[in-house]
Design a protein around this ligand. Structure first.
Ligand SMILES: Nc1ncnc2c1ncn2[C@@H]1O[C@H](COP(=O)(O)OP(=O)(O)O)[C@@H](O)[C@H]1O
Ligand SMILES: [Mg+2]
Length: 426
C-alpha cells in the first residue's frame, strides 16, 4: 500500500529508476547474505554499496544557494519592454535575478557610456508600466557597489514601506559602533544611521524635505536615541519658537527658541570646539597597545566627555546671518576630532539653503544625508551633484518616502519608524 502510494509521488523517470535500483541493490544484498552468510566481504559491500546508492539522494538534497527565480518571463519582459530599442532603457540587460524576502530583485546592466544609474531611476515609472506593477511595489536604486553602469531593480509582492513601523525604542542604538536603525528600506533591510565613527569622531547630518514631509518627527526619533545613550548631549535650535520640536524644548540641556538665542548657542558651540581642540591636543592617554601617548587625533564619546550634538531646525534661517554661517563653517570643518556634530534641517537640499556655503555642504554630505519629499523633484541635485555616489531620485518616486544615504553608501528609499512611539513616553 505504502509503496504503491509512494510510487505515484515519483513522477519523474529518473526518480523511479533510482527507487528501483535502490530496492534491487538492497534486496540483492539481502538475498546473497541469506545464502552466503554475513562474513567477509559482505559488511564492506553493504557499506560501499550503501554509500554509492545514497549518493544521488544526498546530492539532490544538498543545501543550495539563493534560489534563482525560475520564471524566465521576468527577463523576457525586461528585454521586450524595457531594454529594446525605442523603450525606456535601450540596450539595458537584466541579470542576477533572484528571490528576495517578498518578491524578486535583479541587476540592470546599462550600456556603458550611454546610460547611467540615474537614467534607470528616472525610468522607474516606465518599468512599472512594463511589468504592470502596483504603485510603490517596484523600486529602482543604485547597487551596493554604487557603479554608474548598474542599477538594482526590486519588484515586491508586498512593499513594507506601506505599513506603519513602530519605533522599537532607544535600545537599538549600539554604542560600540555609533549606529542605530531609523527605519527600513523596501526590501526590509534596516536603514542605519551613524551618530559617530569609533576611532574617528563625530558624523554630521543633513536632513532636507518640504514642509510636512516628516523631518521634525525623524529628529524626535534621533533626539530620543541621543537622550537615552548616556554618551550624547543634545542642544537644539528651533527658530519657530520651539514649535517644530515642542517635546524637546524643556527636555534638552539647552534649547534656543529664536535666532538671537541660536546665535549665542552657535558661539558657545564654537568655544566648546576650540576648548576641546586644545584639551585633546595635549591630552595624555594610553592606546590599545598600552603605550603612553600625548595628543589625541580622534574622538570616542565617554560619559565624561560626551558627543555634543547640535540640532538646527530651519537652518536656512540661521545661515542667512553671515556671522552664524562663518561659525557653522568652522564647526563643520573642524569639529569631528573633538566630538561636536551638526544636524542641519532645511527644506530643499540646495546650496542657497546652506547660506551658499560649499564648505558646509561638503562637510555635511560626507555624513548622514536624508532627503524627504521635496516640493520640486529636481532639487535633489543640489547637494548630491558634488558627491561621488549619490543620487536622490529626480524622477517620480513614492510620495512621502524619504531617501537616505550613509557614509558614501548609495541613496536608498526609506521608511522612518513611526512617531506613534512617543520619544519621552517610552
Ligand atoms: N515617521 C512618521 N510616522 C508617522 N507619521 C509621521 C511620521 N513623520 C511625520 N509624520 C506625520 O507628518 C506630519 C508632519 O511631519 P513633520 O515632521 O512635522 O514635518 P516637517 O518637519 O518636515 O515639516 C506629522 O505631524 C505626522 O502626522
Ligand atoms: Mg518641521
Amino acid at each position: 500500500m505504502v509503496g504503491g502510494r509512494r510510487w505515484l509521488h515519483l513522477d519523474r523517470v529518473a526518480e523511479r529508476l533510482y527507487a528501483v535500483v535502490s530496492l534491487l541493490a538492497a534486496a540483492g544484498w539481502l538475498a546473497v547474505a541469506a545464502g552466503y552468510g554475513v562474513g567477509r566481504p559482505m559488511p564492506a559491500v553493504l557499506w560501499l554499496g550503501g554509500v554509492a546508492v545514497a549518493f544521488p539522494w544526498w546530492w539532490h538534497h544538498r543545501i543550495r544557494g539563493v534560489q534563482v527565480v525560475a520564471d524566465s518571463s521576468v527577463v523576457e519582459i525586461f528585454n521586450e519592454r524595457v531594454g529594446a530599442s525605442g523603450y525606456a532603457l535601450p540596450g539595458a540587460k537584466l541579470t542576477d535575478v533572484a528571490s528576495i524576502k517578498n518578491g524578486w530583485a535583479g541587476v540592470i546592466k546599462l550600456p556603458p557610456g550611454k546610460l547611467a544609474t540615474q537614467n534607470a531611476i528616472s525610468a522607474t515609472e516606465m518599468v512599472m508600466s512594463a511589468y504592470d506593477a502596483e504603485p510603490g511595489s517596484l523600486v529602482i536604486e543604485p547597487t551596493a557597489s554604487g557603479r554608474a553602469s548598474e542599477a538594482r531593480l526590486m519588484v515586491l509582492s508586498q512593499n513594507p514601506l506601506h505599513d506603519t513601523l513602530p519605533w522599537p525604542g532607544p535600545g537599538e542604538f549600539d554604542p560600540a559602533t555609533g549606529i542605530a536603525p531609523i527605519g527600513i528600506y523596501a526590501d526590509g533591510e534596516p536603514a542605519l544611521y551613524r551618530f559617530y565613527q569609533p576611532g574617528s569622531g563625530a558624523v554630521h547630518d543633513l536632513i532636507a524635505g518640504a514642509i510636512g514631509s516628516g523631518k521634525s518627527r525623524l529628529v524626535d526619533e534621533l533626539l530620543a536615541y541621543e537622550r537615552a545613550s548616556g554618551l550624547i548631549v543634545s542642544w537644539v535650535i528651533d527658530p519657530q519658537r520651539g514649535q517644530s520640536l515642542p517635546d524637546w524644548m524643556d527636555n534638552v540641556p539647552w534649547s534656543a527658541r529664536d535666532l538671537e538665542e541660536g546665535m549665542r548657542m552657535i558661539r558657545a558651540v564654537h568655544r566648546v570646539m576650540l576648548t576641546r581642540n586644545a584639551y585633546f591636543a595635549t591630552m595624555s592617554w594610553t592606546d590599545d597597545k598600552g603605550r603612553k601617548r600625548r595628543g589625541k587625533a580622534h574622538f570616542d564619546p565617554t560619559p565624561d566627555i560626551p558627543l555634543l550634538s547640535v540640532t538646527i531646525e530651519e537652518a536656512h534661517q540661521l545661515l542667512r546671518l553671515e556671522q552664524a554661517r562663518e561659525l557653522v563653517e568652522d564647526i563643520a570643518k573642524m569639529s569631528r576630532k573633538c566630538g561636536v556634530r551638526l544636524r542641519l534641517i532645511v527644506q530643499v537640499p540646495l546650496l542657497d539653503q546652506l547660506g551658499g556655503s560649499t564648505t558646509i555642504r561638503d562637510s555635511l554630505a560626507s555624513g548622514n544625508v536624508i532627503v524627504f519629499r521635496t516640493a520640486n523633484p529636481l532639487s535633489g541635485h543640489g547637494i548630491q551633484r558634488h558627491h561621488p555616489r549619490r543620487p536622490t531620485p529626480t524622477a517620480p518616486y513614492v510620495p512621502q518616502r524619504p531617501t537616505h544615504r550613509r557614509h558614501g553608501l548609495p541613496t536608498r528609499r526609506l521608511l522612518p519608524t513611526g512617531t506613534n512611539a512617543h520619544p519621552l513616553r517610552r
